[in-house]
Design a protein around this ligand. Structure first.
Ligand code: 2RA
Length: 350
């Protein structure tokens, strides 16, 4: 039989990409229920070309549901994913609430799909979008060469902060572009923008070395997520990871530079070939022709894009890479949908 799916958080920035993805991908679902906060209940939204009325989040909405996807804040997931699981659904959660729980697998299907069945709490976690924007490519390299050290810098898009992030960047950009000559004096952009929104400094005409909340020793929550989630997904609890997360004035698609060190030497051409053949990865790497991925060119696509592949001049066991991934698709909705599809096979195989 075709399993029943619930999409919790169906009206948010990720929820709306999720509805597109469910419409585009091969249909493996019977009924699809759309769930949101009571504020959005009663709205009619389209998925798979059908109009579906949004229901308010309540325990009963999970009755008869086989898989429930959650794209909601941490505290909502923390409360409601266990409710869905108690009512018999497998919860696939895209918040940070369960990612490091030892009884919850953290899954990227191209890397560790085998972990999907290992879910004692009935919950499977989806990684953070920044980790997801690099881990498919790093996982492929790890299988061949054994990764032991990652130095990561992120260039994160505004939509990682949700619809408020998108609206803030669009408003700030319109404001600063309307005035000629801004950006020549310290503080002139800050004085011109009305609202900082979710960012600690203006994002238009700027880069901001911050994402998430302050944690120990000056690290941001986002930087610790990149470290801890990479370790868990790759099954390498001692992997050395140094991350610095930076927000840039891009609407959607996170980019990262990665300096990765392996157990053995990695010629750039071998890495290029391996990545070109890896599931979920596209290589665009011909700098002589100006070819490399940029967020503006790959937004709206599914793969992890890799370019600027270089064997380190100072260490033949290290590679320098530039990666881009759509943070709302593979970084959130797509990976969640892929995990849910792996679970759906359990129902259709019965
Ligand atoms: C960000 N990683 O980009 C976060 C969103 N999950 O802010």
């Amino acid at each position: 039989r075709l399993p029943t799916l619930a999409v919790v958080g169906a009206t948010g920035a990720v929820g709306s990409v999720m509805r597109d993805i469910l419409t585009e991908r091969p249909n493996v679902w019977g009924e699809i229920r759309l769930i949101a906060s009571p504020r959005s209940a009663g709205k009619v939204l389209s998925v798979r070309g059908e109009d579906v009325t949004v229901q308010a989040l309540a325990p009963e909405v999970f009755d008869g549901v086989d898989v429930a996807m959650f794209d909601v804040p941490d505290e909502v997931s923390k409360e409601w994913a266990p409710v869905a699981a108690a009512r018999g659904a497998v919860a696939v959660d895209n918040s940070g609430a369960f990612r490091l729980d030892p009884d919850v697998p953290l899954v990227v299907p191209e890397v560790n799909a085998d972990q999907v069945g290992n879910r004692p709490r009935g919950i499977i976690a989806n990684p953070n979008c920044t980790t997801l924007s690099m881990i498919v490519a790093i996982g492929a390299l790890h299988r061949a060469y054994g990764v032991k050290d990652l130095v990561v810098s992120s260039y994160q898009a505004a939509s990682g902060s949700g619809q408020e992030g998108i609206d803030t960047l669009r408003d700030q950009t319109a404001t600063v572009a309307a005035e000629r000559n801004l950006g020549n004096e310290a503080g002139d952009v800050r004085a011109a923008v009305d609202e900082l929104g979710p960012f600690p400094a203006p994002l238009a005409y700027n880069v901001v070395p911050w994402a998430g909340s302050l944690k120990d020793d000056g690290y941001s929550s986002e930087e610790l997520k990149v470290r801890n989630e990479s370790r868990k997904i790759l099954g390498l609890p001692d992997l050395r990871v140094a991350a610095t997360c930076v927000r840039v004035p891009v609407i959607t698609t996170h980019a990262l530079t990665v300096h990765a060190t392996f157990d053995s030497e990695v010629p750039a051409e071998d890495a290029r070939k391996l990545l070109a053949n890896a599931e979920g990865v596209e290589v665009l790497d011909d700098p002589a022709k100006g070819e490399f991925p940029t967020p503006a060119d790959v937004v709206g696509t599914d793969p992890t894009w890799v370019g600027r592949i270089r064997q380190s001049i100072d260490d033949p066991t290290s590679l320098d890479l530039f990666l881009c991934g759509d943070n709302l698709r593979k970084g959130a909705a797509l990976n969640t949908a892929q995990i849910a599809e792996v679970v759906a096979r359990e129902f259709t195989q019965d």
